[in-house]
Design a protein around this ligand. Sequence first.
Ligand code: NAD
Length: 517
Amino acid sequence: LSSRASTVLSALDIRAETELPGVYDGEWTGSGDLLESVCPTTGEVLARVKSASPAEVERALERSREAYKVVRSVPAPKRGEILRQIREALAVKRDALGALVSLEMGKIRTEGEGEVQEFIDIADYGVGLSRMMNGRVVASERPGHSILEVPNPLGVVAVLSAFNFPVAVYGWNLALSFAAGNATLWKPAPSTPLCSIAVTKIIAEVLEKNGIPGAAAGLVVGGKVVGESVVGSSGVDMVSFTGSEAVGREVGKVVQGRFGKVLLELGGNNAAVIMPDADLNLAVPAVFFGAVGTAGQRCTSTRRLYLHSSIVESFLSRLDSLYQSVRPGDPLDRATLLGPLHTRAAVGIYTDAIDHLKQTGAEILTGGAPYRDLASPLDKGNFVMPTIAIPQEVNVKARAWSTETFAPVLNVGVFDELEQAIEWNNGVPQGLSSSLWTRDIRNVGKWIGPAGSDAGIVNVNVGTSGAEIGAAFGGNKSTGWGRESGGDAWKQYVRWSAATLNFSDEAPLAQGVQFSN
Ligand code: NAD
C-alpha cells in the first residue's frame, strides 16, 4: 500500500492487509463475495471487504427488527442524547474520516471533511428534533371527543446509498430515522465500503456504551444482489434510496409492489441561469464550483448553463480562465481543486458523452479529454479535463441536454428572455436543483413562483450545489420527489395514526349519521 493510503487508513484503525468483514448486525461478519475498494487516484487496491451473503442479509434484517423493538421504547429525547454522543464521536474523527472519503471516493479534502461535517450537523439537528417530533390535536366535530395525530416509529428503515456521498447521505437518514425510533440498515455503494465500515464502527461504539443493540445501525456491504434482497424484503418498512434514475425506477416499483414506503433521491440535471444584471464576480466562481467541484459528481452539479445573450462573451471568457487554472491532482493534497472520477468506467462515460457532443456538432470550448500525466505517480488515476461545450442548439429533449452525465461536462445555451430559460430549465426529466443569477426582484418572483423553476431546490444568487441540512433536500419528477435532511423530512420516518378519543357518555357517529331506530 502506498504511504499516502496507509496513513489515512491507520488513522482509523483500518487494517488493509486483512479481508475486512462488511456486515454488522451487533457482530461483525461477512462471508459473501469479496469486494475491492480501489483508490480512484492511484488505482491501487486499498482493501478487500467480505460482503453480505444471502443468509447474512436475512439475519441482519431479523436483528434490525429486534433492535427496533428496543429503540422504539427508548424515549425520543434519550435517543437524542445518544445522537449527541454520535455527533461527538464523529467530530473527534472528522478530519480522519474526511481523508478516507478523499482516498476512497476521490473528492478533495475540504469536501470530504465537509461531508463528515454534514453528518455532524444533521446529528445536531436530530438532537433538537428528538424533543420536537410533535403530533397534533385536531378539533373534533363531536362533543366530548378529541382527535390526535400521533407519530410513532415506523420499524426498519433501509438506506441504500450512492458512491458520491459515502458518508453524508447515510448521516441524513440515520439521524432522522434513529431520532424517530427506528432501526436503520445501511447498504452502501459497493465501491466505498471502507467509509461505511469506519462510520458504522464509530456509531456501534456509542450504541454499545448506551446499551442499545448494534443492529439499530446495521450494515450490509454488497452490490446489486444485496441491494435487491434488502429492497424486496417485507422486513423493511421504508427504503430510502439514493442513486441513479435507472436503479431508482426499479427500486420504486419493487417497494411499491409490496406496499412498502419508499423515499427516492435520484439523478439531477441542474441548470444555472445568468441574467444580464447578474453580479458576475459571484456568478462565475459559483458556476465553476458547481460544474467542476467534486469533478462533476454531485447530484446537484451544474450541468447546464443558460446565459443571457448580452453577457455570453464576458461570462465565458472569465469562466474559461478559471477552467484553465485547474489541473487534476491528488484529492488528499490540500492544494488540489479537482480530483479524479470515482471509477474507470466513469471515464468511459465521460468520453462517450464528449464524443456524442462532437458528433452532434457541439463546439468544445475547453477540456474534452481524459487527463494523464505519465510522469506523475498518479498516472493510473481516473482523471479527466473539465469540459465546457456549446451544443449547436438548445433542444432539451436531445441526449446532451436531457441526461445526467456524472462527470464535469457543462453545456452552454444562450437565451434572450427569462421565460425561455425557465422553459429550458424545466424541460428535462429531472428536477433537483436550479440557480438564477440576477439583482432584479421581478426575475426572482418569476423564478420562485408558479411559472418558475420546477426543481426541488430553487436558488437565487447561490449555485446549484452545496445545500445546508436545515431545509428539506430533494428533487421532483424523475429525481424521485423524495425529501431528506431538514424541513418536514422527518415526518416520513414515522407512521402516523389518527386517534379519535371519546371521553363523553355518548357515542355519536360522525357527520350526524344515525344507526338506530
Ligand atoms: P447507482 O444507482 O448505481 O447505485 C446506488 C445504490 O443502489 C448502490 O448502493 C448500488 O449498489 C445499489 N443498487 C444497484 N442496483 C440495485 C438494485 N437493482 N436494487 C437495489 N439496489 C441496487 O448510483 P451511483 O452510481 O452509486 O450514484 C450516482 C447517482 O446517484 C447519480 O445519478 C446521482 O445523481 C445520484 N445521487 C442522487 C442524490 C440525491 O440526493 N438526489 C444524491 C447523491 C447521488
